[in-house]
Design a protein around this ligand. Structure first.
Ligand SMILES: *Cc1c(COP(=O)(O)O)cnc(C)c1O
Length: 386
C-alpha cells in the first residue's frame, strides 16, 4: 500500500499562534504596530543582550539589503560571500550597485572558507557575508579576525541559524555589524514571510529603521521642538517598504517562544537520521563544536565517492517512495546570472561543485515523527542497495 506523501518541509503552527493572529485581526491594527514592537523586544531578550537592536522586516532579503545600505555599500565596492548559498544573500549586493565576489566552501563544514575569503580580498572589498549553512555556525572567529585586519564590515546571513551558537555565543551576538534571520515558511521559526535585522551599532539601526519605511523620519523635527505632532514626518531618502505586519509578528511572538524546543526536537531527529544511515556509502552532516548549538534547519546528506547510484537517481527513488527532498543549493556560480556576469567556472569552486553534485537535503522538521525519519532512512538504504 503506498504511504502518504511526506513533504520536504512543513511549518508547526499551534493554537497560541492562531489565537494571537485572530486577536490581531480583531484589534483593528493589522500592519506594523504593537505586536511587531513586542516581537522585536522579545527577539532582543531571546538573544540575551540588551545592547542589541532588533528590527522586524518583511523578509531576510529585505534585512540584508537594509544592513548593507546602512553600511554605505555602493557602486565600486565588493562584497565577499559563499557560492554555496541562496541567491538572496548575493542579490542584495547588486541592488546597491556593488559587486559580489563568490568564494568556495570548506568541504568539512560546507561553510565559507576563511582562507578563500582572505585570498579574494582586493582594495575594493568592503564587506563579508558569511552564511551559517544548514544551521551550523560559520568559522566566525577566523572571519571576524580577517575583517578586523582588513577593515571590512561583516553582515551575517543567519537565515538558517535560529538558534545557533559559535563558541557558546548565540549567532546574533557575535560582534559582526549586523545579523539577519529569516522567518520564511520553511525556516526554523516562521511568520509566513518575515525577517529580523539585529545590530549593536546604533547608527546602523537608525538608518535601517528609516529606510525600512520609505525613508521616513520623525527625528528631524526633534531638533526644533520637544513635541512632534503625530501627523509630522520628513522624507530623508528614497527608502523601501520592508516593514513586518502585526499579523506576521503575532505568529513570530509564539514561534520564538518555541524556538528552543523546536531546536531540541531537530537535534533528536538529526541524531536519529545519523544512527539510521550509519554504514551506508554517505557522508553524514558535519557536527557542531562540542557544547555548541546547531539549528538543524537542514539535514544535508552527501553520497560518498563510489556510491552505487548518483544523487539524481537517489532523489527519484525517494520521490517514488513518496518522500520529498531538495538540494541546497545549486551553487551561485552555476546560475546563469552570476556565472555570466562574473565569467565564473566550476573549477574555481571545486569543493562547492563536488558537494553540490553529491548532496541532497532530507526532510527535517518538528512535525516529523521518529517513524517518518526511519521511513526516509529505509528508503535511502533500499536505493543504495543496503
Ligand atoms: C531563506 C534564505 C534567505 C532569504 O530569506 P527570506 O526571508 O525568504 O528573504 C537568505 N539566505 C538564505 C541562506 C536563505 O536560506
Amino acid at each position: 500500500m503506498p504511504q502518504e506523501f511526506l513533504p520536504f518541509a512543513l511549518p508547526e503552527i499551534g493554537d497560541a499562534e492562531i489565537a494571537e493572529v485572530v486577536d490581531t485581526l480583531k484589534s483593528g491594527w493589522v500592519t506594523t504596530g504593537p505586536k511587531t514592537k513586542r516581537f522585536e523586544e522579545d527577539f532582543t531578550a531571546f538573544l540575551g543582550d540588551p545592547a542589541l537592536a532588533s528590527l522586524a522586516v518583511n523578509s531576510a532579503t529585505a534585512g540584508l539589503h537594509l544592513a548593507l545600505e546602512a553600511l554605505g555599500i555602493g557602486p565600486g565596492d565588493e562584497v565577499i560571500t559563499t557560492t554555496h548559498t541562496f541567491t538572496a544573500t548575493a542579490e542584495v549586493v547588486r541592488y546597491l550597485g556593488a559587486d559580489v565576489k563568490l568564494v568556495d566552501i570548506d568541504p568539512a563544514t560546507l561553510n565559507i572558507d576563511p582562507a578563500a575569503v582572505e585570498a579574494a580580498i582586493t582594495p575594493r572589498t568592503k564587506a563579508l557575508m558569511p552564511v551559517h549553512y544548514a544551521g551550523l555556525a560559520a568559522d566566525m572567529p577566523a572571519l571576524l579576525d580577517i575583517a578586523r585586519r582588513h577593515g571590512l564590515k561583516v553582515v551575517e546571513d543567519a537565515a538558517h541559524a535560529l538558534p545557533t551558537t559559535c563558541g557558546g555565543q548565540l549567532v546574533g551576538t557575535l560582534g559582526s555589524d549586523a545579523t539577519v534571520f529569516s522567518f520564511y515558511a520553511n525556516k526554523t521559526i516562521t511568520t509566513g514571510e518575515g525577517g529580523m535585522l539585529v545590530t549593536r551599532d546604533p547608527e546602523l539601526a537608525r538608518r535601517a529603521r528609516v529606510m525600512r519605511l520609505h525613508g521616513m523620519s520623525r527625528d528631524a523635527f526633534d531638533r526644533f521642538t520637544a513635541k512632534v505632532p503625530s501627523w509630522y514626518y520628513e522624507i530623508v531618502a528614497p527608502g523601501f517598504k520592508y516593514n513586518l505586519t502585526d499579523i506576521a509578528a503575532a505568529l513570530g511572538i509564539h514561534q520564538l517562544r518555541r524556538a528552543r524546543a523546536f531546536q531540541q526536537r531537530r537535534v533528536q531527529l538529526a541524531a536519529l537520521y545519523d544512527e539510521a544511515l550509519r554504514g551506508l556509502p554517505v557522508l553524514l552532516p558535519p557536527r557542531p563544536a562540542a557544547g555548541d548549538l546547531h539549528a538543524w534547519h537542514l539535514y544535508v546528506l552527501r553520497l560518498a565517492d563510489g556510491a552505487p547510484i548518483a544523487r539524481d537517481r537517489l532523489i527519484e527513488a525517494l520521490y517514488a517512495d513518496g518522500i520529498g527532498c531538495s538540494v541546497h543549493y545549486i551553487p551561485l556560480h552555476l546560475q546563469p546570472y552570476w556565472r555570466d556576469r562574473y565569467g565564473l567556472q566550476p573549477a574555481q569552486f571545486p569543493h562547492s561543485q563536488h558537494a553540490f553534485a553529491h548532496m541532497l537535503s532530507l526532510p527535517l522538521y518538528t512535525r516529523m515523527t521518529d517513524a517518518d525519519v526511519l521511513r526516509v532512512a529505509a528508503s535511502v538504504r533500499r536505493a543504495l542497495g543496503g
